[in-house]
Design a protein around this ligand. Structure first.
Ligand SMILES: C[S@@+](CC[C@H](N)C(=O)[O-])C[C@H]1O[C@@H](n2cnc3c(N)ncnc32)[C@H](O)[C@@H]1O
Length: 364
């Protein structure tokens, strides 16, 4: 482009930006009317988002959905079984009813809705332990430090608790057990959705990097008898994965305790990073990707499985990742740029019947 054309293009860009600004200002002026009472109610309800987190967490902890598994029960019976204060419990159950988790067909009698059944232990698609995880003290204590993340882009969790979350869970096994159960719940349902959405070649060697207790790898190996698998996770988590996978698919599965920021097991055809890059800053994400790039077979592929960002859940989860790790939920273009820098080319993206979106990439 010669300098005259460049000037013209520059001018055109400035004109279109200034028109856009004018249009946005007009739109802003039009919508700048006084908020009505329902706006006030909505914003007030948002300010109490923390109440929802903890109401769900307590309900999950008390096992209320399990107690309602066989049909309606009175608040008096549930209070007696859970050793809680009946008046306080009634108020909690009425919040659950207003959230659509329970119904109260007659005063003081409660029943699960389809959403309520998601808090039952072991129910299909259960998120009981995930609800308990979100209400853990270490997270509740860290959210008020979000401003620190805003100012620095760094982890509020580490500033509050003095350790990264995985070190915290290693040192606090009871909280760590809730985390592992929550991840297993998510992994088994997301594993099925991933197996439905992605065609695994029948004789692959799959490496699940940061595979947790092995829920996803188990789904893949059970669905494909010709596939062999390796799971890498921190040593104390790898021991738990060994127990879970040993009984079911031990002859086709290797468990490795290690650190994906240092090294990833070599020679695999398909590397999976599920809910791993969201935990990472751009620098540590690059370290993981480069280690996978070093390890992967020349004709291999990488599958990144993270929640999509374009929803209220996605946007809120993005804040959670910033707050805990200084991490982030990346847009497709952010991922493509990161992958290219690490020596991969993004080949396709796929939705699944879960919160997880898949991104496939190959080495270049
Ligand atoms: C959010 S969980 C995701 C687990 C699993 N991929 C899933 O989707 O259910 C992150 C996993 O990464 C593991 N992890 C964290 N840091 C690690 C590291 N430096 N090396 C290996 N594994 C690590 C954790 O122990 C945990 O199992």
């Amino acid at each position: 482009m010669d300098s005259r054309h460049r000037q013209k293009a520059h001018l055109a860009a400035r004109v279109s930006t200034s028109m856009q600004t004018k249009w946005l200002t007009m739109k802003h002026d039009m919508s700048n009317t006084l908020a009505d009472i329902s706006d006030v109610q909505d914003v007030l309800a948002m300010t109490l988002g923390v109440a929802k987190t903890h109401v769900l967490g307590v309900a999950a902890e008390l096992g209320i959905a399990d107690l309602l598994k066989h049909g309606p029960r009175s608040v008096a019976e549930i209070a007696a079984t859970t050793k809680t204060n009946q008046g306080a419990l009634l108020r909690l159950m009425r919040v659950l009813a207003s959230l659509g988790i329970l119904e109260e067909p007659t005063p003081g009698m409660f029943v699960n809705t389809s959403k309520g059944r998601l808090l039952q232990t072991g129910a299909p698609r259960s998120v009981r332990h995930y609800a308990m995880l979100m209400a853990q003290e270490c997270l509740a204590a860290s959210w008020p430090c979000l401003l620190h993340s805003m100012r620095t882009g760094e982890s509020a969790f580490e500033k509050t608790n003095g350790h990264g979350i995985y070190e915290y869970f290693r040192m606090n096994p009871a909280a760590g057990a809730v985390m592992n159960q929550a991840m297993s719940e998510m992994s088994s349902q997301e594993g099925v959705a991933i197996c439905d959405a992605y065609e695994f070649a029948p004789d692959l060697s799959v490496v699940d990097v940061g595979g947790g207790r092995g829920g996803l790898l188990l789904s893949i190996l059970e669905a494909h008898p010709g596939i062999r698998g390796t799971l890498l996770d921190l040593p104390h988590v790898a021991t738990e994965a060994q127990e879970m996978l040993a009984a079911r698919v031990v002859d086709r599965c290797k468990i490795v305790g290690g650190d994906f920021l240092r090294e990833v097991p070599g020679g695999g055809d398909l590397y999976i990073l599920k809910r791993i890059l969201v935990d990472q800053t751009d620098d540590t994400a690059m370290a993981v990707l480069r280690n996978v790039r070093t390890a992967i077979a020349p004709q291999g592929a990488l599958l990144i499985a993270d929640p999509g960002v374009e929803s209220l859940y996605g946007r809120s989860f993005d804040m959670l990742m910033l707050m805990i790790f200084g991490g982030k939920l990346r847009s497709e273009s952010d991922r493509a740029a990161l992958l290219e820098k690490a020596g991969f080319r993004l080949t396709r993206t796929m939705k699944t019947a879960s919160a997880i979106h898949l991104v496939e990439a190959v080495p270049i």
